[in-house]
Design a protein around this ligand. Structure first.
Ligand code: MN
Length: 538
C-alpha cells in the first residue's frame, strides 16, 4: 500500500512502489535511482537482453537485506511481460522464464528489486544454441581485477592466435568477463567442452595465477577461469546490469587498452564504474558490446586446434561426454565440503551403501530417491513416491548426482533458489544390490535392490524407459519387486525418519534465527512468518 504509483513508460502503465527506499546505503542510492538508471540505460541494455531467458536476482529490501534467485517469472505479471517456457532440468514441471524484451518489462523487473539481470547465453526459442561464449574470471583474494586483467589479456592473445575476436567487460562485482561472439550455428555440446579445454590449457600455462576448477581453497591469490556457465539454463550477469555490491557498480564493457592500463598501473579501480559514470561513458563511447550481438565467428578452427592439442593420437574421443561427467561434478562438490564428510573416499570400506528418500515440497511435491553408488548419491525425482504394491509403476526422473552428505539434509530451501521448498528425510537406511554391479545397472538401465529403511523394507527395482516416451532419456520407473508391503500411513508419510518432524515443523533456518533473536521460545507460532520476506513478493 505504501507509496504506490504508476509509471507510464513506452505507452504502458507500470505499477511501482517505495521509490525512496534506500537500496545501496553506502551510496545513498534509492530504488528510484535504480529505476531511473534502468530507464536511461534501456536503449543499450535491451538489445542484449532480448529473447534471453532471465533469472532474476531480487533484493527487494536493498543490497544489505536477503536476496533470492527467481527463474520462474513472477505471477501474475502484466501482459507486456513476455515469457518462455522450458522443462525443468532436474525435476518434473516447467519454468516460464521472463524475457526482458521491452522497457516496461525492464522497469517492472527493477521494481521487484531485480537489481541484477542474469541472462542465458542463448536466445529463445533456440535455447540450445549459444550466441556467445563467456569466461568468467573470478579472483580469489588477495587477487583482484588487476590479476583478472592479466588473465583476460592471455585469453585475448590465445583467441587472437585462433582468429577469434574477443570482448571484455567488468563483472561489476570483483572480476572480469571475456566474451567470444559466435552468432553462428553451434551448440553447448561444442562450446562447453571448448571453454573447459581453454581454461585447463590456461591453467597449465600459468599455474601460479590460474585455476580452472571450483575448489575454493585452491583459489587464494589466483583467478578462477570459470567456464561452466557455458551450458543451457546457466545464466551470466548481463552487460549493463547493476550489481548488488556496496556501491551501484555496473557490469561495464571495457576497451582492451583499459584492461592493459589496469594491469600496468596495478589499479583495480580503473575498471569499476558506478551507475552515473556508466551513463556518461555510454554517451561518449557508445555500446562497446554491440559487436557481441552481430559479429559472426565460427569455432571450427579453434575446435580442431584444441582437439589435436588435447587428445594427441587418441583422435576423436567422444567429446560430448566429458563436460557432464557425473563423477567429476561430484568430486568438485565433494571436495568442497570435505570436512563434514566421513573418511572412506568413495563409500567403499564404510560398510553398506546408503539410501535416502527426501520428501521435497518444491514447486511440485516429489520424493527424491537416492542410492549411494561409488560414493555419490545417484538420484531420481519420483513425483508420486515409491510404490508399495506390485502393480504400481512410478515415474522416476533421473536427476544430477548429489554429494554423499546431502543424505542427511533436512530444511527449507528459500524462495527463488533452485528446488525452493521444504526437504524432509522421509526414509533413510542401507541398500543391497541384487543385480549385476550397480555401475552396470546404471548403464543398462536396470537396478534391482533391497532397501533396509525405517519405512521401506524389501525389494524394489528401477528400470529405465526406452522408446517413444523416454523424453530426454532421464525417465525411469520405480517398481516394487518381491512381496507387496503395507502402504505407508498418512502420519508416517508426514514424519521425518531422521528428526521425527512433520513437514510443517521443518522450519526455515532464517526464520528460526529470527525467532531466537527475538527471544521467543521454540514454541512460537511459525505459520508462514518468514523474517524479511518483502511485500513485493506477495
Ligand atoms: Mn528435489
Amino acid at each position: 500500500m505504501k507509496n504506490r504509483s504508476t509509471l507510464r513508460v513506452a505507452g504502458k502503465a507500470v505499477p511501482v512502489s517505495n521509490l525512496d527506499k534506500v537500496y545501496y546505503p553506502r551510496a545513498r542510492f534509492t530504488k528510484g535511482d535504480v529505476l531511473n538508471y534502468y530507464i536511461q540505460i534501456a536503449p543499450y541494455v535491451l538489445p542484449h537482453l532480448k529473447q534471453r531467458p532471465l533469472t532474476m536476482k531480487r533484493y527487494p529490501n536493498g543490497v544489505d537485506a536477503p536476496f533470492f534467485y527467481e527463474k520462474q517469472c513472477p505471477r501474475p505479471h502484466p501482459a507486456f511481460v513476455k515469457t518462455f517456457r522450458m522443462a525443468r532440468q532436474h525435476e518434473p514441471g516447467n519454468v516460464d522464464y521472463c524475457l526482458v524484451n521491452n522497457l516496461p518489462t525492464l522497469v517492472w523487473a527493477a521494481n521487484l528489486g531485480d537489481l541484477e539481470l542474469h541472462a542465458f547465453l542463448s536466445r529463445a526459442p533456440r535455447v540450445e544454441q549459444p550466441t556467445q561464449i563467456v569466461f568468467d574470471l573470478d579472483p580469489g583474494a588477495p587477487a583482484n581485477a588487476v590479476q583478472c586483467a592479466q588473465v583476460a589479456l592471455w585469453l585475448r592473445e590465445m583467441f587472437g592466435n585462433l582468429g577469434l575476436e574477443t570482448f571484455v567487460k567488468s563483472s561489476g562485482s570483483k572480476g572480469t568477463q571475456v566474451y567470444i561472439p559466435l552468432n553462428t550455428k553451434t551448440s553447448y555440446d561444442e562450446t562447453s567442452p571448448f571453454a573447459k579445454a581453454v581454461a585447463q590449457t590456461l591453467e597449465k600455462a600459468h599455474p601460479e595465477l590460474v585455476v580452472s576448477d571450483m575448489k575454493k581453497r585452491l583459489r587464494k591469490g589466483k583467478v578462477l577461469v570459470y567456464w561452466s556457465q557455458n551450458s543451457e539454463t546457466k545464466t551470466t550477469v548481463s552487460v549493463y546490469s547493476l550489481r548488488a555490491q556496496e556501491r551501484p557498480w555496473v557490469s561495464m564493457p571495457l576497451e582492451w587498452s583499459e584492461v592493459e592500463n589496469c594491469l600496468r598501473k596495478k589499479d583495480a579501480t580503473l575498471v569499476f564504474f558506478e551507475a552515473n559514470d556508466a551513463l556518461e561513458r555510454l554517451e561518449k563511447k557508445g555500446d562497446l558490446f554491440a559487436p557481441v550481438l552481430t559479429l559472426k565467428q565460427s569455432l571450427k578452427k579453434a575446435l580442431s586446434h584444441f582437439h589435436s592439442a588435447d587428445s594427441g593420437k587418441k583422435s576423436k574421443a567422444p567429446r560430448k561426454k566429458s563436460p557432464g561427467d557425473p563423477m567429476s561434478a561430484y568430486r568438485a562438490k565433494r571436495d568442497f565440503a570435505q570436512t563434514s564428510e566421513p573418511a572412506g573416499k568413495n563409500g567403499a570400506g564404510r560398510g553398506k551403501p546408503l539410501f535416502v528418500i527426501q520428501k521435497h515440497d518444491a514447486s511440485h511435491l516429489h520424493y527424491d530417491f537416492r542410492l549411494e553408488i561409488d560414493g555419490v548419491l545417484k538420484s531420481w525425482a519420483v513425483p508420486k513416491g515409491p510404490p508399495t504394491d506390485l502393480e504400481t509403476k512410478r515415474l522416476a526422473m533421473m536427476v544430477e548426482d548429489h554429494p554423499y552428505d546431502y543424505a542427511r539434509f533436512e530444511g527449507t530451501i528459500s524462495p527463488g533458489n533452485y528446488g525452493a521448498g521444504t526437504v524432509m528425510v522421509w526414509d533413510i537406511g542401507t541398500w543391497k544390490n541384487l543385480g549385476p554391479e550397480p555401475e552396470e545397472g546404471l548403464k543398462s538401465g536396470k537396478l534391482h535392490f533391497e532397501l533396509h529403511g525405517k519405512k521401506l523394507r524389501g525389494e524394489w527395482a528401477l528400470v529405465k524407459m526406452h522408446g517413444l516416451h523416454s523424453g530426454k532419456g532421464n525417465e525411469w520407473l520405480l517398481l516394487k519387486h518381491g512381496r507387496a508391503m503395507k502402504p505407508v500411513s498418512v502420519k508416517q508419510d508426514d514424519t521425518s525418519a531422521l528428526s521425527g518432524h512433520r513437514m510443517t515443523q521443518i522450519d526455515n533456518p532464517h526464520s528460526r534465527k529470527w525467532i531466537s533473536r527475538h527471544k521467543s521460545n521454540g514454541t512460537a507460532k511459525k505459520n508462514g512468518h518468514k523474517g524479511g520476506v518483502p511485500s513485493a513478493t506477495r
